[in-house]
Design a protein around this ligand. Structure first.
Ligand SMILES: NC(=O)c1ccc[n+]([C@@H]2O[C@H](COP(=O)([O-])OP(=O)(O)OC[C@H]3O[C@@H](n4cnc5c(N)ncnc54)[C@H](OP(=O)(O)O)[C@@H]3O)[C@@H](O)[C@H]2O)c1
Length: 223
C-alpha cells in the first residue's frame, strides 16, 4: 500500500514544495489550505479545506479523514504565520494570530487526528531555529519566537507520550523564500524546493525520536 501524508498549509511556500516532493516519492498526499484550493494537479494529491484556528473546520477535516479510512504515515504540521517577524516589540493582534495558528492550531489539530496516524508513523512539527531558547540573541519577533518555543515544547510532550509508538520531531526548514515575512522572497537563502528537498532527506533518514533538527545545516539544534 502507498504511504500517505498530511501536509497542512500546502497552498504555497514550504508546504506546497514539500507536498510535491512527497508525491515524487510516491506518497498519497492530503494537502490543506483555508480555502480548500491547492495549486497541485496530481492523481495522488487530495486538497482539503482546513483552518487550524477554527474548531468546526478541524472537526469537519477529522470527519472527512475518518470517512476516507486511510491510516496516515506522516503528519507535517507546517501551517504557520509570522505577522510580527519584523517587529521589534510585541503587539496584541500579532500575538493572538500567531499563537492561534502556530500553537493552539497545531495542538488542536494534532490531538483531533492523531489516532489516525499509523503506529510507527511520523509527526513533524515545522518549527524554526528562532524558537530555540538557548540560542536566542535577538529581541524582536516576540510572538513568533515564543510560538515556536511553545511548539517545541509540544514536540517534547508528544515525544514523551508516544515513545515507541510514533516518531516525532521539530524541524527548522531553513531561511526560505516565502511570504511568511515581507522580505523573505528577496533575501532568504533557500527556495521552497531546496528547503523541501532537505526536509525530505530528514523524513527519509532514521532520525532520532524527539529531535529538534536544522534541515538547512543538517544538524541537531539546542532547545
Ligand atoms: N520561510 C521561512 O524562512 C521559515 C523559516 C522557519 C520556519 N518556517 C515555518 O515554515 C512553515 C511554512 O511557512 P512558509 O514560509 O511556507 O509560509 P507561507 O508561504 O506564508 O505559507 C504558510 C501556509 O500556512 C497556511 N496557513 C496560514 N494560516 C492558516 C490557518 N489558520 N489554518 C491553516 N493553514 C494556514 C497558509 O495557507 P492559506 O493561507 O492558503 O490557508 C500557507 O499555506 C511555517 O510554520 C513557518 O513558521 C518558515
Amino acid at each position: 500500500m502507498k504511504k500517505s501524508a498530511i501536509v497542512t498549509g500546502a497552498s504555497k511556500g514550504i508546504g506546497w514544495a514539500l507536498s510535491k516532493v512527497l508525491l515524487e516519492y510516491d506518497f498519497e498526499v492530503i494537502g490543506t489550505s483555508r480555502s480548500g484550493d491547492v495549486p497541485i494537479e496530481h492523481h495522488q494529491f487530495h486538497p482539503m479545506q482546513l483552518d487550524v484556528t477554527n474548531r468546526e473546520s478541524i472537526k469537519d477535516f477529522t470527519d472527512s479523514l475518518k470517512a476516507l479510512g486511510k491510516p496516515i504515515d506522516l503528519l507535517v504540521n507546517n501551517a504557520g504565520v509570522g505577522p510580527d517577524l519584523r517587529s521589534p516589540l510585541p503587539d496584541e493582534i500579532s500575538f493572538e494570530q500567531t499563537f492561534n495558528v502556530n500553537v493552539k492550531g497545531v495542538v488542536m489539530l494534532t490531538e483531533s487526528i492523531i489516532e489516525m496516524v499509523k503506529k510507527g508513523g511520523m509527526i513533524i512539527n515545522v518549527s524554526s531555529k528562532m524558537g530555540s531558547v538557548s540560542n536566542c540573541q535577538r529581541s524582536g519577533a516576540t510572538a513568533y519566537r515564543m510560538s515556536k518555543s511553545a511548539l517545541n515544547m509540544y514536540t517534547k510532550i508528544l515525544t514523551n507520550r508516544y515513545n515507541g509508538i510514533y516518531k516525532i520531531a521539530s524541524i527548522h526548514p531553513g531561511w526560505v523564500k516565502t511570504t511568511v515575512a515581507p522580505d523573505n522572497i528577496e533575501h532568504a537563502t533557500l527556495t521552497p524546493e531546496e528547503s523541501a528537498a532537505k526536509m525530505m532527506d530528514f523524513i527519509l533518514s532514521d532520525f532520532k525520536h524527539g529531535v529538534y533538527w536544522d534541515a538547512e545545516t543538517n544538524q541537531e539544534l539546542e532547545w
